[in-house]
Structure formats: structure tokens, C-alpha cells
Design a protein around this ligand. Sequence first.
Ligand code: IPM
Ligand code: MN
Length: 354
Amino acid sequence: MKSYNIAVIPGDGTGPEVVREGLKVLNVAAAKYNLKLNFVNYDFGGERYLKTGETLPDSAIEELRKHDSIFLGAIGHPDVKPGVLETGILLKARFALDQYINLRPVKLYPNVETPLKDKGPEHIDFVVIRENTGGIYTGVGGTMQKGTPLEVATQVMLYSRPMVERCMRYAYEFTRKRNRRKLLTLVHKCNVLTYTGDLWVRVHKEMGDKDYPDIKQDYNHVDACTMWFVKSPEFYDVIVTENLFGDIITDLAAMIQGGLGIAAGGNINPEGVSMFEPMGGSAPKYTGKNVINPLAAISAAGMMLETIGEPAAGNAVERAVHDSLASGKIKSLAAGKMGMGTTEVGDFVATFVK
Ligand code: IPM
Ligand code: MN
């Protein structure tokens, strides 16, 4: 029996509630596919920060490194200044564990309402691969004469060729393995970002021409891409993009797939320890009411199984999410409007894994 050690960080607000349902479905999948999943809980988040001043200490990074994967609920606390937990926990984990890929499947499931008129599941099914540790997020830059009328501030969109290449390699391999339309669209702004955009454009073309003749290449400027997401999402198969642009377009993408209740993501180090999470926040106003939608967390758990090397079990979880929605019994993805509670949705999805 294969055994995996999973670090669980339920986090703040509704995080623990959705994580509980994710673990419920994981346990059912583990039983069916004969896996042993060992979960170790970590209490990082807003509460611990308020008590101890600690976000994610270096010793915790060393512990997380020993696991096969990390399952995260939500980070964010109304009494903590914005930015502290985001940089102290989420970004720290991404950088320290070198999770250089942010994987965001964008899929409209049956019976899920999209704000896009006349679009259905056949139109919205693509994946965004966002570079996750470079660009403006590196924090390279500085200020001068801060607080004076002459203040200067810079924040640099930094990319080295190896950083772009490893992301691009992952994207081409992913597109080939996905085996749908075999189309890899680079999203950037190379008409203005003539250095960093140009680097991405050249790596996309060189690597594609040389090693992936079976994959079609396309390019969109990021502003145009936001238009196409709304007008013709069926245009896309796999998108690869730099960090900040990816951050922005994946929020738009979450909305067209039905909102944060269903949007899951992975912070992936293909050679190391990855971290999977629902995209939604800690939703303080819904906390403890058994009304939050756990589907995104359950999907994230499925992605985790797939990434640790259990694609059959991962697929089964993904299929269970699909089938539970296809049944029409879940009335809406919105918190409090699902027609059942958080735990009931988890139970219901679990029945489709069995
Ligand atoms: C995300 C989030 C983070 C980001 C924040 C919380 C730092 O928006 O995962 O998309 O900007 O990457
Ligand atoms: Mn974001």
C-alpha cells in the first residue's frame, strides 16, 4: 500500500470547515484506491499570529519540506493588517518551497451558473499556468526619499531565462499530457514590456519549435485575453503567463466558472513539495455556520492526489465533483444557497467517489 504524508493547514475563518470536507473525500478515495494518507495538522494562520506573532517560521518550512504535499484551507483574519498573513504565510511558502507553478483549472461544471450569456460547459474548459515565484512578486525594487514630495518607488518585473524556461517546459508538457486541443497560448504584454515580454515570447517559440512540434502556439496580449475570456472562452486550451498577469486573469477566470465556491488551485514545485488550496478566502461572515461551499477545497484535494502521483484517485475526486453537480441536487454554488450544508455537500460528493 502506498503511503503519503500530507501537511494540513486549515487556517482561518471557513478554512477548517472546507478542509474537513476535503479530507472526508480524500479518505474515501484513499480507501477505494488502496492508499494510506497520513495527515498532520498545522495551526498557522491569523489566530496563531495574533497569539504568538508567528506567521510561518523557518522551522515550519523545514517540517513542511518533509511532507509529500500540503493541503491549505484559507488564510486571512479580520483583526490582522492586510498583507501580513499573505506575505508571511502564502508567499513565504511559495518562495521557500520554490513552488514555481500556479495551476488553475477553469472548468464550468454542469448546472453551474456562469455570468457569460449563452456559454455552457462545452465553452469553458481551460487551464491557466501562472508562473508563481518571479516577476513583480520577487519584491525587487526600492524607494528613495520616502515620505517626501520627491518620493520614488520601483518594483521590478524580474525574470531570468531559467525561470521562464522551467515554467514554459511545465506548460508544454502539461498541454501535451492534457491531450485536448494541444494549444498553448502565451499571455503577456510584449508590445509594451519589450524586455521581459520579449524573453517570454522567445522562450515560448524556441522551446515549442524545437521540442513540441505537436503543440500549436498562440499569443494574446493580457488586455485582449480578458476580453476573450468574456467573449470566447472556448478559444483556450492551456494558457501560460507570468505571475502578476496570471494573478489577475485567474480571478476573472474563477468568475466565469461559477465563482470562488468551485475554483481550486495548486502551488506546484514539480520536483518538490506542492500546496493545494481553494481560491476563496476565509469568509469571516460565513464562519461556523455550515453554509460555505466546500467544492473548491474538494477539487483542490483531487488535484493534490493527481500531483503526488495518484491520477486515478485524483480523477475519481474530480469526477465526483462533476457528477454531484450534474445530479442537479446542489442548487447553487453560493454560500448559504446550496440547498444543503457544508458537511452534507461533502457527504454527497463522497458518495460519488465510492
Ligand atoms: C492568489 C492571491 C495571492 C497572490 C495573494 C493573497 C498574495 O491573490 O493566490 O492569487 O497575489 O498571488
Ligand atoms: Mn489572486
